[in-house]
Design a protein around this ligand. Structure first.
Ligand code: COA
Length: 234
């Protein structure tokens, strides 16, 4: 999946933990993750202060978790030889993580207002997190390209008894970018989540929200995160 502008060609890749250069890719992933946390700290549940203490090996472990797929958008300069247009060369300018397929009993947040998903043999369930695009490359369709790459990957599960795929994300209160963006791709607002639900759903249950350990019980139970979903039928 590729698009181009005056100076760059943009292409989205799945970061493959089986790649021979995986350690190198994990280092690049650590760098783009920290860049995202420094430009847009309010958009993420984890914090630069805690994430910057982790080594590349920790990022490699995270990327190797089962049911986690990371998609990276790479900008290749027009002057770069076309045989070098791959995930290793060029400038990493965007990313999204897709968690799934997740079993219904883990996925469904019963008190959130979100509709009850179908049973797992009829529907696969996926969650998006960590979407970020370098500010210098925004409003060029990069996010849409990344999300479509993730949806296409998940669509491979639309076989056998599986009739549909369900996609979800949580948007922080006040974040206008993700509802605008995901809304343009057919996602709708279906409910509200708490901080612990958001951290667990995003695969960060063991990390303190925004790097702060002490949240009051009232803050932790407040249902303010916006849940957006989309269902694709076979
Ligand atoms: C939100 C973000 C990921 C969008 O990335 P992007 O590559 O610029 O998005 P796209 O160019 O694919 O946008 C496609 C459409 O989404 C909508 N959209 C994108 N950014 C938007 C914003 N900030 N506000 C409202 N709508 C937006 C628009 O409809 C846009 O189409 P248009 O440019 O023709 O108007 C990017 O601004 C970002 O990284 N923000 C900080 C991190 C963040 O908020 N991540 C989401 C956490 S859940």
């Amino acid at each position: 999946m590729a698009s181009s502008s005056e100076e760059f060609t943009y292409k989205s890749y799945r970061l493959d933990p089986k790649s021979p250069n995986f350690q190198f890719l994990a280092g690049k992933y650590a760098a783009i993750s920290l860049q995202a946390l420094s430009t847009d700290p309010g958009s993420f549940g984890v914090a630069y202060s805690t994430e910057s203490t982790l080594g590349a090996s920790e990022y490699a472990i995270r990327l190797s978790r089962p049911n986690i797929d990371v998609f990276i958008c790479v900008a290749h300069a027009a002057s770069l030889a076309s045989e070098l247009h791959d995930i290793e060369h060029g400038h990493w300018i965007g990313m999204v993580t897709q968690v799934g397929p997740t079993p219904k009993e883990v996925f469904w947040l019963r008190d959130s207002g979100a509709p009850e998903p179908l049973d797992d043999e009829l529907e696969t369930k996926w969650h998006h997190t960590g979407l970020w695009v370098d500010p210098a490359h925004r409003r060029k369709g990069i996010s849409s390209q990344l999300i479509k790459a993730a949806l296409e990957h998940a669509a491979k599960t639309l076989t056998g008894t599986v009739q549909q795929t369900r996609f979800r994300l949580f948007a922080a209160p006040g974040n206008e970018g993700s509802p605008g963006l995901y809304g343009s791709l057919g996602f709708t607002h279906v409910g509200k989540c708490t901080i612990p639900e958001a951290m667990a759903g995003n695969g960060n249950a063991t990390y303190p929200f925004r790097g702060i350990e002490k949240w009051s019980e009232e803050e932790l139970q407040r249902r303010e995160g916006v849940i957006l979903e989309k269902v694709i039928v076979k």
